[in-house]
Design a protein around this ligand. Structure first.
Ligand SMILES: [Zn+2]
Length: 170
């Protein structure tokens, strides 16, 4: 075997450690790009359009499952209650694994784990926030009943809650 353990470790580390570029290096790299489009194989989420049609129906407006606001469909996104990457095929094809969320607010706050849903109620997870706008947004939705919560979606919400909830200090 050619590779010593140390060398193998170095190679493995290089996959995880992003190369640190200064801002001026990045600006130079940007100016040196020959093309801005790259052909790529992309994975289409085959179930997505069906989930979207099921959730939106024939309405032009629908309700965000977290804040309860009625919004035009183009400001609503099909949000995964349980992270899609962690779902198996059957779960991805379950209409109860998704909900409609307001694109400019609830969607990101849920996806990034600022809020979860526990036993049907929106809970805040205690992540640091330095913006009065976000604090205000959170206080308006925390403790609301989530309209996507039911017996079929309960486990998906719970998985998200357990993943993001503030861990008790040891
Ligand atoms: Zn909302």
């Amino acid at each position: 075997m050619d590779l010593s353990l140390d060398r193998l470790k170095l190679i493995l580390e290089s996959f995880h450690k992003p190369v640190e570029y200064g801002k001026s290096d990045l600006i130079r790299k940007l100016s040196e790009l020959n093309t801005t489009n790259q052909e790529s194989m992309s994975i289409r989420r085959m179930e997505h359009h069906l989930q979207k049609r099921i959730l939106m129906g024939n309405n032009k407006f629908n309700t965000c499952a977290l804040c309860g606001d009625e919004l035009p469909n183009d400001l609503l996104v099909v949000a995964h209650i349980k992270k899609r990457a962690d779902c198996n095929h059957l779960q991805r094809c379950d209409p109860n694994v998704v909900m409609l969320n307001y694109a400019l607010g609830c969607d990101s706050l849920y996806e990034k784990g600022y809020v979860s849903v526990h036993e049907g109620k929106i809970t805040e997870n205690g992540k640091a926030i330095r913006s009065a706008r976000i604090s205000g947004y959170l206080s308006a939705i925390v403790n609301r009943d989530c309209t996507a919560f039911n017996d079929e979606s309960r486990d998906y919400f719970e998985e998200h809650f357990q993943r993001h909830r503030t861990k008790p200090q040891a």
